[in-house]
Write a protein that binds this ligand. Structure first.
Ligand SMILES: [Cu+2]
Length: 210
């Protein structure tokens, strides 16, 4: 009984999350970049006198996550983000004028869970370290389950996803070529490579040299 309040709190966080608003002003999204957490929603509001869309994808090519369709002035559209990752989007009539946006969704509990669970990932090693071009990441998984590996910068911000799929037990290697999720070379510095598995993660610190 004493756990029911905690459980309800967890469920309501998962179900409702937070809602972040993006205004459509002129031919721009404001803000045009947004960092949110898994389970959050984004509400786009057309506060301009033009008709816009919010359409997930790049350079006028939709990727199917969401598409508001044409939004006349004062119209709004909401999308719920139930998985982490990087989601570029654009306005169908105005992307050629630079009306594009980016939403980065961090996994839940990123700063809260730091211990690998038993029967999870038993090792994670990145090499060479420091590196200049490409770093390899060797890791071992002891059981089947969903595995995510991603790169974060020294401020804890998401940089790039390296793997996101269902694995079976075994030894694996991933590589990171120093490019971020939108294709821009990452600045030299310290990065963390994290492998998420069954609610916990292991990480290795790597240094990218110029
Ligand atoms: Cu537009």
């Amino acid at each position: 009984m004493k756990y029911s309040g905690v459980l309800f709190l967890m469920l309501s966080t998962l179900v409702f999350g937070a809602t972040h608003q993006v205004n459509m002003i002129g031919v721009a999204y404001e803000p045009d970049t947004l960092n949110i957490t898994e389970g959050d929603s984004v509400l786009w509001v057309n506060t301009s006198a033009l008709t816009h869309t919010t359409t997930s994808g790049v350079s006028g090519v939709p990727d199917g996550y969401w598409d508001s369709g044409l939004m006349p002035p004062n119209d709004s559209f909401t999308f719920h983000f139930d998985s982490s990752g990087v989601f570029p989007y654009y306005c169908t009539p105005h992307w050629t004028l630079g009306m594009i946006g980016l939403i980065t969704v961090a996994p839940v509990g990123i700063d809260e869970i730091e211990i690998a669970v038993p029967n999870g990932i038993s090792s994670l090693a990145a090499y060479p370290n420091p590196f200049t071009q490409t770093v390899k990441i060797d890791y071992s998984v002891n059981s089947a389950g969903p595995l995510k590996i991603a790169v974060y910068n020294s401020a804890g911000h998401f940089v790039m996803s390296l793997m996101d799929l269902e694995t079976v037990a075994g030894n694996y290697t991933s590589t990171w070529d120093g490019i971020d999720a939108v294709g821009i070379p990452a600045a030299p510095g310290v990065y963390f490579i994290r492998a998420y598995f069954k609610g916990a993660y292991l990480q290795d610190k790597v240094i990218l040299l110029k």
